[in-house]
Ligand binder design. Structure first.
Ligand SMILES: [Zn+2]
Length: 367
């Protein structure tokens, strides 16, 4: 039993106020018992195994009450285990076994709290998701080799991996950011500015809080800045655990944090950590107003301590690009700094042009 004593000099109203505040504090302390799982900052590789992706087949999927009705569902990866689908050779799915590539202990402590009493999880909002069990939650990694055959249609859960506009030679440059290294992000931004190339940056809460000048520069240069979740955890796993609240707060809280910090909203686009997704996750994001933006071109560029050869990386990217490609790069690595200008020039020499994600035809998101 906790007793609160007030001195006689405290007016009755102030005493009542103090009790209310104390009880409120207790509630907040109790409500903040969310396991934030330290050590999960961004920096995990984004690419799943460099193998063919699970194919999509039409299936008699259940019809949700809300539109649009999904018409595709991923096939069971267990039917194609010989090719290793849905394995994680790069290990990005289990961040607990990975060192923090940022090498910065602060990266594990700066995440904003995710209170369970979040008003966005009020009953009406939860009711909006009452039929989620109708959506398949089988997890897939987002593979990049060969050309993915996953939902490329904006009408499929408002998600794209490349533009449905395959006629024009258009490229969409995107970056994932959880930390910077050696100001390489600024160098990338300098190159983009000099060459007038629009890009999109997907960031987590650590980058939002820690890299104020970087974020402001991205905004000032009129690039898209969008959501890569609060803590860069596997969101499909949360759904498997029935923890829809966590998935929603991981997205919405970051929007709020960014708006509070910079006075401007993020673009309502999201990229789930490490490219791990399920139909159910895509549907959650769609109902929250996001477009889920994946990618069709990427390479192993994320380890700042083990950077790939620049010349080989440039050739790798040039071989991968295709009309409508959404390219994922990590700007903290030195290799991308080295090749960025040449990459842009060579793409343009092949008559490609760079567009903003907002120009992907038909992509639905709140704005
Ligand atoms: Zn990431």
């Amino acid at each position: 039993m906790i007793r609160i004593k007030f001195s006689k000099s405290v007016p009755p109203l102030a005493g009542v106020l103090a009790v209310v505040l104390f009880l409120l504090a207790l509630t907040l302390i109790d409500g903040s018992k969310v396991n934030l799982n330290p050590g999960t900052s961004h920096g995990q590789p984004e690419i799943s195994s460099p193998i063919s992706s699970p194919s999509l087949t039409t299936s008699p999927s259940p019809k949700p009450t809300s539109s649009p009705t999904p018409t595709l569902s991923p096939s069971d990866p267990s039917t194609s285990t010989s090719t290793g689908e849905n394995t994680h050779t790069s290990g990005e799915s289990d961040s607990s076994s990975e060192p923090d590539p940022s090498g910065d202990p602060a990266s594990t402590t700066n995440a904003p709290p995710l209170p369970t009493s979040d008003p966005i999880l009020s009953r009406p909002i939860k009711e909006r998701f009452a039929d989620l069990h109708n959506y398949n939650n089988k997890q897939f990694g987002w593979t990049v080799y060969p050309q993915i055959n996953l939902p490329n249609n904006p009408n499929f859960y408002s998600s794209v991996s490349h533009s449905p506009d395959q006629e024009s030679k258009r490229l969409y440059l995107t970056f994932n950011l959880g930390y910077d290294h050696d100001d390489n992000t600024i160098k990338i931004l300098d190159t983009l500015k000099a060459k007038k190339v629009p890009a999109a940056f997907f960031i987590d809460s650590f980058f939002t809080r820690r890299y104020l000048e970087h974020c402001q520069r991205i905004l000032d240069d009129n690039h898209i800045i969008a959501n890569h979740t609060i803590l860069h955890n596997n969101q499909v796993t949360f759904l498997q655990q029935g923890n829809l609240d966590r998935v929603i707060t991981e997205a919405i809280r970051l929007d709020e944090l960014f708006l509070e910090t910079y006075g401007k909203p993020m673009t309502k686009m999201i990229r789930p950590p490490s490219g791990e997704w399920s139909q159910r996750l895509l549907e959650v994001y769609r109902r929250l107003g996001y477009a889920t933006v994946m990618y069709s071109v990427a390479y192993t560029d994320w380890d700042v301590n083990n950077q790939p050869d620049p010349a080989e990386s440039l050739e790798d990217l040039m071989e991968q690009i295709h009309p409508g490609a959404i390219i994922l790069l990590h700007p903290m690595g030195s290799t991308n700094v080295t090749i960025m200008g040449d990459f842009i020039d060579r793409c343009r020499a092949e008559r490609y042009e760079f567009l903003s994600l907002t120009e992907i035809p038909g992509l639905v998101y709140e704005h």
